[in-house]
Ligand binder design. Structure first.
Ligand code: HEM
Length: 112
């Protein structure tokens, strides 16, 4: 028994970190596109609600490298390329974000 919930013997408890990010008790209008949603949160709320790289002593060793890599990748992607979805892209959560039957995208270089 934990916090009023009965956990059957042998069950595994998992934290679905992406679901924490849409908790309306922590984030105002959580489904709105708002990349700055963590900017004004205190460190306690952030450590309990934003953990894409794990937390505590099991924090990801590649977190900073991955952040720089992804920031560079997305910068080049949006400044130098355009894309159109040609098939699929049915977004589903189960509870991890996925694209059902996949997603086909056509990329082309931006012409300035
Ligand atoms: C977007 C990319 C990445 C994500 C989302 C990610 C996420 C995570 C998460 C959630 C954990 C904690 C797992 C747990 O609690 O058991 C973890 C651990 C770890 N990650 Fe990553 N990771 C990424 C990229 C990388 C890269 C590029 C490296 C290495 C170059 C790396 C190395 C590690 C290592 C060594 C651990 C184990 C740390 C420990 O147990 O002390 N990760 N990662």
């Amino acid at each position: 028994m934990f916090a009023g919930f009965t956990i059957p013997e042998g069950w595994t408890i998992m934290v679905v970190t992406s679901a924490l990010q849409v908790n309306p008790n922590t984030f105002e209008d959580p489904l709105k596109f708002n990349p700055g949603r963590w900017k004004d949160l205190d460190s306690h709320s952030i450590s309990k609600n934003f953990m894409p790289f794990g937390g505590g002593t099991r924090q990801c060793a590649g977190a900073e490298y991955s952040r720089v890599f992804m920031a560079t990748f997305f910068h080049v992607l949006v400044t130098k390329y355009r894309w159109t979805t040609i098939k699929g892209a049915r977004i589903a959560r189960n509870p991890i974000l996925g694209f059902g039957d996949g997603i086909h995208i056509k990329f082309s270089e931006k012409k300035n």
